[in-house]
Design a protein around this ligand. Structure first.
Ligand SMILES: [Zn+2]
Length: 145
């Protein structure tokens, strides 16, 4: 409205208003772009959170199994100790019984080792599961040490 009264400056002001519209338009576009990026980031974060949760669940299951195996090994070692002590106190045990107990412990220990080998390394950047031979993360492309 002011620009109409000031005829002389009108020509100078009008392009300025156009420029403002233009910059506003650019800003709106930037905001839209930023919002879209934020949306992408949020969905990415959700994806990562899901991945991390899945990995955590997997690791928890492995930890529970490993803990159960360690308890079994401890119990078998205790049995073996008792068998040996029985021998010492005049109740000799059949060497096959002792051998069977030791083989039971061997089996438990090898199962525990296999379980610990399965425990895969994770990407330090995104937490995604990686194969031990991977040099770069197959989820985010980050370098793995
Ligand atoms: Zn990664």
């Amino acid at each position: 409205m002011i620009t109409i009264k000031r005829q002389g400056q009108g020509t100078a002001l009008l392009p300025k208003e156009d420029a403002m519209d233009e910059s506003l338009h650019q800003k709106t576009a930037q905001w839209r772009h930023a919002a879209a990026q934020a949306g992408e980031l949020a969905s990415g974060a959700l994806y990562l959170a899901g991945q991390t949760a899945a990995k955590a669940a997997c690791l928890t299951r492995q930890s529970v199994q490993a803990a159960a195996l360690r308890r079994s090994i401890d119990a078998a070692l205790q049995d073996l100790g008792q068998l040996l002590y029985d021998t010492h106190t005049g109740h000799p045990r059949d060497s096959e019984v002792l051998l069977a107990k030791m083989e039971e412990i061997d089996g438990l220990k090898s199962r525990l080792r296999a379980l610990e080998r399965q425990r895969r390394p994770a990407c330090p950047a995104c937490g995604g599961p990686c194969a031990p031979e991977d040099r770069f993360c197959r989820h985010c492309g980050g370098k793995l040490s």
